[in-house]
Design a protein around this ligand. Sequence first.
Ligand SMILES: *Cc1c(COP(=O)(O)O)cnc(C)c1O
Length: 251
Amino acid sequence: MNEPEPADVASPERVAELTAGLTAARERLAAAARDAGRDVADIELLVVTKFHPASDVRALVDLGCRAFGESREPEAGRKAAAVRESVAESVRFDMIGTVQRRKATSVARWADRVHSLDREAVADALARGVATAREEGDRDGPLDVLVQINLDGDSNRGGVVLDELDALADHVAGLDGLRLRGSMVIAPQSHTPAHWMEQAATAHARLVASHPEAVEFSAGMSGDLEDAVRHGSTCVRVGTAILGERPLRSP
Ligand SMILES: *Cc1c(COP(=O)(O)O)cnc(C)c1O
């Protein structure tokens, strides 16, 4: 017997779940913006669909979402291609997970933006990947990148430590094919999210002072988006609060 094909279309029950999750997340974001005295239109809701099937992404496109976050090659590239082939709307896919150097070219083929750049060698590989993808007709423009900042020095978490932020930003800004657009942070578990978001905002301000074009500040997830919005986030990356718990295995 062959394995059954994965369902191509989300069930009505799943669509109802996604609708409820999305509505609740949008309301949370609107309330967070209001509390922070900010315009919600200035804060992007990036829907993190990693590990969830393309059918969920398509259902979310039907619900009005246009920007998605994915974290792992080759699952991410396959899903982006499957969605783009099957919906009429133009959708964006951002890479939010650590980029491995040997997968940089495949990421450069599908990603509209990379949030998680943390090493010069990966920046170089992505720049080469962009050149290759352009030559082969797989992409038009340069790749927007955010540098991921490591707030607590724990190297398991990814991100560039504060001491090396300026050097990495300068390096990225000097590469053809990449456009430095801002920074990304993941709040560590120790301390409160408010503590880390304040630190992140300070580091981000330092980046903007030396690179005025790098205004994007990707901060906040399901658990801490309110603190991130209060500290100036321009993009919250929300998975679980919209899609529920992630399946253990990629579809
Ligand atoms: C998975 C992931 C998210 C989404 O996290 P949730 O807690 O599910 O909202 C956000 N950012 C990054 C970098 C991630 O890897």
